[in-house]
Design a protein around this ligand. Structure first.
Ligand SMILES: NC(=O)C1=CN([C@@H]2O[C@H](COP(=O)(O)OP(=O)(O)OC[C@H]3O[C@@H](n4cnc5c(N)ncnc54)[C@H](O)[C@@H]3O)[C@@H](O)[C@H]2O)C=CC1
Ligand SMILES: O=C1C[C@@](O)(C(=O)O)C[C@@H](O)[C@@H]1O
Length: 290
């Protein structure tokens, strides 16, 4: 037996997340710190609940002694209506993936953007951030674009297949970061945009096992470009491979996947986790086909 001050009970609420690597990453790191820490997936698909039930689940979880939750698709925006406090960045971004239960209150944070930002700083130190092209303006893309602008990117070109979505995202980001240039573009403008860019980030699903291929023509990459992917199944995507072969510095999608877990673990426990150890564990899990 343990009381809420002696142990941690954490859940991940979202659709189709039973195979997520985030629970084992947290649990293994907690073991290293000698913590009693259990992290369970609460898979909406398996229990047959809609995303709108996230508020009820949070309240039930609080009553059952949960310490915190990660929330993911389709709940990152829906959860906002149920929180007592939201960090400035999560409020600006309009998305929460981490909810702390503190004195019966729900406090929202976003570690997707901070996790990508930390991965970028550690994985590509000193990368020139003046001009960046990002493919994909969906859920992951919103957090990554926010992280890039926070990291100092001056000119960001967002490219997506959905013109309305990318225009809305670019306009919202331009308002949040006055003085920066945030442009929306179509795929036909990729070559032009990359000709003056320092870096390229893929946040589209292209490159996943279920969606194989290169998200852009590798001919467009020059050795001066740094290249980041957020796809992490596989970790070595076709983009990562092609960019490395061109001599580009690369950041694989595992950095964001581990970064969000590192930052959430720190928020939940107040303990700084060993990020390198968590990445080794993540790569081990991926290597086992998890
Ligand atoms: N490393 C990490 O921690 C995470 C990685 N991901 C990865 O990011 C990928 C995207 O996830 P979400 O943003 O949640 O999906 P989403 O569906 O919200 O957004 C994907 C966006 O990419 C656009 N898109 C698709 N194909 C494109 C193409 N060929 N060219 C340009 N735009 C294209 C879509 O129109 C859409 O706006 C996932 O497939 C997953 O692999 C997602 C979440 C976290
Ligand atoms: O979107 C994601 C991915 C995730 O749901 C996972 O399954 O690893 C964990 C969430 O914290 C994060 O925001």
């Amino acid at each position: 037996m343990s009381t809420v001050s002696e142990s941690y009970l954490v859940g991940l609420i979202g659709e189709g997340i039973t195979a997520s690597l985030t629970p084992p990453m947290h649990e293994r790191e907690a073991d290293h710190h000698g913590l009693r820490y259990l992290y369970r997936p609460v898979d909406l698909t398996e229990i047959g609940l809609p995303g709108e039930s996230v508020g009820d689940l949070l309240r039930q979880g609080r009553n059952l002694g949960f310490s915190a939750f990660n929330v993911t698709h389709p709940c990152k925006q829906l959860v906002l209506d149920h929180l007592d406090e939201v960090s400035d960045d999560a409020a600006r971004l309009g998305a929460v993936n981490t909810v702390l239960v503190r004195d019966g209150k729900f406090i929202g944070h976003n570690t997707d953007f901070s996790g990508f930002g930390t991965g970028l700083a550690h994985g590509l130190p000193g990368a020139t951030l003046d001009n960046v092209v990002q493919l994909g303006a969906g859920g992951a893309g919103s957090a990554v674009a926010y992280a890039l602008l926070k990291a100092g990117v001056q000119s960001l070109t967002l490219i997506d297949l959905d013109p309305a979505r990318v225009a809305a995202r670019a306009a919202a980001l331009a308002e949040l970061f006055p003085g920066r240039e945030v442009a929306a573009a179509g795929r036909d403008e990729l070559a032009d945009a990359l000709s003056t860019a320092d870096g390229f980030v893929n946040t589209s699903p292209v490159g996943m096992h279920s969606h194989p291929g290169l998200p852009i023509d590798a001919e467009l990459l020059q050795p001066r470009h740094w290249v980041a992917d957020v796809v992490y199944r596989p970790v070595e995507t076709e983009l990562v491979r092609a960019a490395s072969a061109k001599g580009c510095r690369v950041l694989d999608g595992g950095h964001m996947a581990v970064g969000q877990a590192v930052d959430a673990f720190a928020l939940i426990t107040g303990i700084a986790p060993d990020a390198a150890r968590m990445r080794r564990h993540f790569l081990e899990l991926i290597g086992q086909g998890r």
